[in-house]
Write a protein that binds this ligand. Structure first.
Ligand SMILES: NC(=O)c1ccc[n+]([C@@H]2O[C@H](COP(=O)([O-])OP(=O)(O)OC[C@H]3O[C@@H](n4cnc5c(N)ncnc54)[C@H](OP(=O)(O)O)[C@@H]3O)[C@@H](O)[C@H]2O)c1
Length: 291
């Protein structure tokens, strides 16, 4: 029996409707939410992510100020720009697009974002809050995953959640959020990575599998327990049989959909919800910066 295909775009539209009411109220009070997106260098995937943020934001009357910094510049110039954005009262949120080219000192750059404007929770101050379960901002992708689970009324309490991937922006913060003692948390969490000795063994035990790996179709149907919930964070560009570029997830959708009770597609699953969670964080920052 095929599992339920979760419609991420429909969930995103619902969040959009909720946000637009708040934004309407802010604009009536002469406050237009505005975020700055900083690109260091020209990474095509992050440029396309910024375009999609901009598309959604403009429909919501959110201003997006895109700043491009040459990758030949130095750390000091980047930090100077971030400090200027920190002090600019018309900017409510700052997003630094990854990857930051390796010649830059990522830690110093990230540390210079004001925690009050850090809408994708890059600054360790905010990440520490996520670990403690007391935070202003959590990273948008883990928030998107939790939003999807809550929307589908999938209770994680007492469930064994296996996350494949331990990045600082997805896997690790998501594990911490699922471990929160309280509503929306209380899961039992296993985090796997490239050095996990028997990935299939762990994935097979999961009530909920969350794949955030960056390896096309890594998770196959025969690795997943019958009735498990499968959330696919991965976005991978592949060439299909007809020689065309195609986006696929970390989950082999066709085989996993046969055994999962719920599954997110790629595209149209986690991605659209992530963008809305980022914009929700921006609106939160806008409201809090008014005080
Ligand atoms: N939908 C969205 O909104 C959204 C947002 C962010 C990212 N993404 C996508 O999600 C995926 C993950 O992103 P990320 O930034 O977390 O990636 P990342 O920083 O590259 O981390 C990938 C993780 O997967 C692990 N891994 C790699 N190969 C593995 C294997 N064969 N078996 C088990 N684990 C393996 C790595 O292990 P090690 O730690 O040992 O290297 C690492 O922990 C990417 O496809 C990205 O494009 C989507």
């Amino acid at each position: 029996m095929k599992g339920i295909i979760i419609d991420g775009r429909a969930i995103a539209n619902k969040i959009k409707d909720e946000l637009s009411q708040t934004i309407h109220g802010l604009i009536k009070n002469n406050v237009t939410p505005k975020m700055a997106v900083l690109h260091i260098g020209e990474d095509p995937a992050s440029i396309s992510y910024t375009k999609s943020i901009n598309r959604v934001a403009s429909k919501l009357n959110i201003d997006v100020d895109i700043k491009k910094i040459e990758d030949t510049t130095c750390d000091e110039k980047v930090i100077e720009e971030i400090k200027r954005l920190n002090e600019d009262r018309t900017i409510h949120g700052i997003l630094i697009q990854e990857p930051i080219p390796p010649q830059f000192n990522r830690d110093n750059i990230i540390l210079s974002i004001s925690p009050l404007k850090d809408i994708d929770c890059m600054n360790p101050v905010n990440l520490g809050g996520v670990m403690r379960g007391k935070f202003n901002f959590a990273p948008s992708t883990p928030l998107g995953v939790l939003k999807i689970l809550a929307h589908e009324k999938i209770n994680v309490e007492g469930k064994h959640v296996v996350i494949v991937g331990r990045s600082t922006i997805v896997g690790k913060p998501l594990a911490n959020l699922l471990l929160i003692k309280g509503r929306g948390g209380n899961a039992t969490v296993t985090v796997c990575h490239s050095k996990s000795s028997d990935l299939i063994h762990f994935v097979k035990m999961a009530d909920i599998v969350i794949a955030a790996v960056g390896r096309a179709k890594l998770i196959k149907g025969d690795m997943v327990k019958q009735g498990a919930v499968v959330i696919d964070v991965g976005i991978n560009s592949i060439i299909d049989n007809e020689g065309k570029h195609k986006l696929v997830g970390d989950v082999d959708f066709d085989t996993v959909a046969e055994v999962a009770s719920y599954i997110t597609p790629v595209p149209g699953g986690v991605g659209p919800v992530t963008t809305l969670m980022l914009l929700s964080n921006l609106i939160k920052a806008t409201k809090e910066n008014l005080i």
